[in-house]
Design a protein around this ligand. Structure first.
Ligand SMILES: [Zn+2]
Length: 259
């Protein structure tokens, strides 16, 4: 195989892996949101509880072939399932293209998996599971090759997490008093601290800006009369985009001021 063919093959493999994991995290998040054990048991229809067979478990294809309905009871399945499988397939390809098969790439990818899972749970029950945040924090040392294992740069990241997380905590408390209701949940603040760890302070600020814009878009998605907005999906998508292309955007922005 030529280099080009190999690249297409690996991208296809990445898309497949992402779609399978997207499907798995949908199921894991559904169980977590209902207080069930997430790692064991057969996948079931969320409406009638019918155990899904092999043909109903193919990511993307099963949803399309069944026209978005359960084969057993005919109930409509949420579009979110299909979008998650397609979206995470795409993100996996982009992550592979950007970071290659490296330790740093693996660390970023585990971070993306944690972000997806916590976003799906937050979308359903407005809670960010601590387990996802802890898993992401534990995977962070995998990204140290990108910092050349330099003690000063590692310290800078840890301080970024404390400063960014602490700053968001103070901002949230101030907003709470101003609006007389909770603006950001504790989970959101811990998630921001995690962004500081993975992105550093400058890129975290970029991600914050982007997440505010995405949060406004998310507020337009109808949620059956529920006025609350789950913010984690917006923060997570902003974090992923910033990890992929934040450096390019910041370089471009700084270039505007270079004479
Ligand atoms: Zn069903």
């Amino acid at each position: 195989m030529s280099d080009g063919d190999m690249e297409v093959f690996f991208c296809g493999l990445a898309a497949l892996l992402g779609a399978v994991l997207g499907s798995f995290f949908n199921c894991a998040a559904w169980r977590t949101a209902r207080g069930q054990v997430w790692w064991t048991g057969r996948s079931r229809c969320p409406v009638c509880g019918h155990a899904l067979g092999a043909l109903e478990l193919i990511p993307v294809l099963s949803f399309l072939l069944q026209r978005g309905r359960c084969r057993h009871c005919g109930a409509k399945l949420p579009w979110r399932y299909l979008l998650t499988e397609l979206g995470f397939g795409l993100l996996t390809v982009l992550s592979y293209r950007r970071f290659g098969l490296s330790l740093y790439g693996l660390g970023c990818y585990v971070f993306f998996c944690c972000l997806l899972c916590l976003s799906l749970v937050d979308w359903e029950i407005y809670i960010i599971p601590d387990g996802c945040l802890i898993a992401a924090a534990l995977a962070w040392p995998l990204t140290l090759p990108a910092l050349d294992f330099d003690g000063l740069r590692i310290l800078e990241r840890i301080l970024s997490a404390l400063v960014f997380g602490g700053g968001m905590l103070l901002l949230a408390r101030w907003m709470d008093r101003l609006l007389d209701k909770e603006s950001l949940g504790g989970g959101d603040i811990k998630l921001f601290a995690l962004l500081g760890l993975y992105l550093g302070l400058a890129r975290s600020l970029l991600a914050l800006l982007l997440s505010s814009l995405l949060g406004l878009l998310l507020a337009l998605v109808p949620r059956g009369g529920d006025k609350r907005i789950p913010f984690a999906p917006a923060i997570s998508l902003a974090a992923a985009l910033t990890l992929l292309w934040g450096d390019t955007v910041i370089d471009w922005y700084l270039g505007l001021f270079a004479f």
